[in-house]
Design a protein around this ligand. Structure first.
Ligand code: GTP
Ligand code: SPV
Ligand code: MN
Length: 585
């Protein structure tokens, strides 16, 4: 391979001088290269080959037991001014961060190979795509990037002699959590990640580029980079309404994006088209509408809970060419996880490499164990995957895990109210990030861990986007996770969620009814198609209930949260706060 890009060459040289790899390999993205890398990883034990008859093209990987989720406390936004990172981000000055980083990267690749991965977020050659180069000492990372992004020679060609690219440097180093840092330099278009081998920390195209640097750029250039799934809902007339939905990590994006319609709705003629399951880049086009693309090419999905009932599309997708991480390895070299398809295996090797048998408290798979699979293998994948303009968005949906308070679904009165709804999102913490599980924390637009700049400015940007659109999407909030007195979910979720989306899409086309409440428009029970669902009497009332006393308590928390942004918080947010307060009075 002849590289014509001088800046790229000199940067690779400089980083190699720091990390001191034994050799440098440029990734071309071919099948032959993939086989070679797999063979090498099988030899070293970095990967285990799975049963090629039952799971063709599939491999297995275990991360270090102290390296199984994103580490938000070790993730930093390194802008010159601290105030530009804002109160919700960890901040370090670029000077200090580069110095600390250099110490950790120094000689980190001795005895290893440095792989140079050219990758494109979005179709190669689209004006909306972004190119990055990731330097890494991990074959696991190369093979994951190969699925999650578009990689190889075509990207380098597109970059030409002097194209712009994000400079990504990653080293596993010694995987010591005390020597781990995920550093973002939005002003330098640079990402440094060291000491981890876990997905979101090391697949630098994903959260680091597409969301943290992406959101920073979006604010500058007038577009949105969001932690959202994108899906099309084809109704009986053949019309496809597209929605973008933001739920925090491990709160149901992947599952919703590829749901199978329940029998009754299928008979009516409903069909789902999956566009993306984690990230949306959204722009206003000349038609004054919001259009969305999924910059990724694969799914990095949560394994536990995935089975042929909850997500048949995903089960079909992950039968081949899939990387499994931190799940149970069965004796026949296939895989299983908690909430996977029956039967529960009699024995296996657990995610930490120890013999496992059912019937004890020990989990076979880490709760944040995952699979990496090409999006094109999903039976419901849209044929618009390579379309540069993406899809037009009719509705934006926010949601979280709330055992109480938030009803099944409600609709914002206006875009501005919708921004307030997104800004006040909250959810119980899940296994996708370190920290106390189950604790409710505010997570605006599901972007708390991913917004690469001051969140007050982010709210302002959202408000301005609304003003620039001729017809902004309607905004909704959903909660699939409300529980009863015993802590059991009231709503069956998964495919049944389409009953709620039907109402959402019908609201966008101004057909179906709703009742006005202090927090927004809420469907009456008769506005939803519940045929065939057979929920116990009173369940729907509980799901749609709005408890004013609880909401007044919640409002206090909104206020506390917003206070941290001081004067930088847009006035419109306080206006919405007061309007809600009044409606609840
Ligand atoms: P990230 O990849 O971390 O961003 O997560 P995600 O938002 O894509 O979440 P995902 O769809 O992988 O779901 C996470 C967990 O929630 C899985 O264990 C699912 O089985 C469960 N889940 C998803 N949808 C529903 C639902 O509608 N109801 C219930 N009760 N659980 C759900
Ligand atoms: C998330 O945690 O939101 C994920 C998985 O999508 S990770 O890539 O690890 O961030
Ligand atoms: Mn995610």
């Amino acid at each position: 391979m002849i590289i014509k890009h001088k800046k790229l060459l000199s940067w690779v040289k400089e980083m190699a001088a720091l990390c001191k790899p034994d050799k440098i390999v440029w990734i071309d993205g071919t099948e032959e290269e993939k086989r070679r890398l797999e063979q090498e990883a099988f030899r070293t034990g970095e990967l285990i080959e799975l049963n090629q008859e039952k799971l063709p093209g599939c491999v297995y990987h275990r991360t270090s037991p102290t390296d199984v989720a994103r580490t938000e406390h070790l993730t930093f936004i390194c802008t010159k001014k601290k105030s530009d990172a804002g109160p919700t981000n960890n901040w370090m000055s670029p000077k200090e961060a580069f110095e600390k980083g250099r110490q950790l990267f120094k000689n980190s690749m001795v005895g290893r190979t440095m792989y140079v991965i050219p990758f494109s977020m979005g179709p190669v050659g689209s004006a909306f795509s972004k190119i990055g180069i990731e330097l890494t000492d991990s074959i696991y990372v190369v093979l994951n990037m190969r699925i999650m992004t578009r990689i190889g020679s075509a990207v380098l060609e597109r970059l030409g002699k002097d194209g712009e690219f994000t400079k990504g440097l990653h080293s596993k180093a010694d995987l010591d959590p005390n020597r781990r840092l995920i550093l973002h330099f939005p002003e330098e278009n640079t990402i440094w990640s060291v000491g981890s081998g876990y997905g979101g920390n090391v697949l630098l195209g994903k959260k680091c580029l597409s969301l943290r640097l992406g959101s920073f750029l979006g604010n500058k250039e007038g577009w949105l980079a969001e932690h959202m799934l994108i899906m099309g809902i084809e109704d009986p007339s053949g019309y496809i309404g597209y929605i973008a939905a933001a739920f925090p990590s491990a709160c149901g994006k992947t599952n919703l994006a590829m749901l199978i319609p329940p029998e009754g709705l299928k008979k009516k003629g409903y069909r789902i088209w999956t566009v993306g399951d984690d990230i949306a880049w959204m722009r206003i086009d000349t038609d004054g509408q919001l259009w969305a693309v999924n910059p990724e090419a694969g799914f990095f999905g949560v394994a536990p809970g995935t089975n042929s009932k909850t997500n048949p599309n995903m089960m079909a997708a992950i039968r081949s060419n899939t990387i499994y991480t931190n799940v149970l390895l069965k004796m026949d070299k296939t895989v299983w996880w908690e909430g996977g398809d029956p039967p529960v295996p009699d024995e296996g090797i657990d995610w930490q490499g120890r013999p496992w048998r059912p019937g004890t408290d020990v989990l076979s798979s880490h709760p944040n164990s995952r699979f990496t699979v090409p999006a094109r293998q999903c039976p419901s994948i849209t044929n618009r995957m390579e379309h540069h303009h993406g899809v037009p968005i009719s509705a934006i949906i926010f949601g979280g895990r709330r055992a109480r308070l938030a009803p099944l679904v409600y609709e914002a009165f206006t875009w501005r109210h919708g921004v307030y709804m997104g800004a006040t999102m909250a959810s119980e913490r899940t296994a996708a990030q370190y920290g106390k599980q189950g604790e409710v924390r505010r997570d605006p637009m599901a972007m708390l861990p991913f917004c690469g700049y001051n969140m007050a400015d982010y709210f302002k940007h959202w408000l301005q986007m609304g003003k620039r659109m001729a017809r902004p999407p309607k905004v909704f909030h959903v909660n699939w996770f409300r529980t009863d007195e015993n802590g059991d979910y009231l709503w069956p979720g998964f495919g049944e969620n389409l009953r709620v989306l039907e109402w959402v899409i019908d609201r966008c086309r101004a057909g179906v009814g709703a009742a006005e409440s202090p927090i927004g428009y809420v469907p009456r029970v008769e506005d939803l198609d519940l045929n065939g669902l057979n929920l116990p009497n009173g369940t729907m009332d509980k799901l749609l209930e709005i408890n004013k006393i609880e909401w007044k308590e919640e409002l206090k928390d909104h206020r506390e949260f917003f206070k941290m942004f001081g004067k930088r918080l847009p006035k419109e947010i306080w206006d919405e706060y007061r309007a809600l307060e009044k409606r609840l009075a």
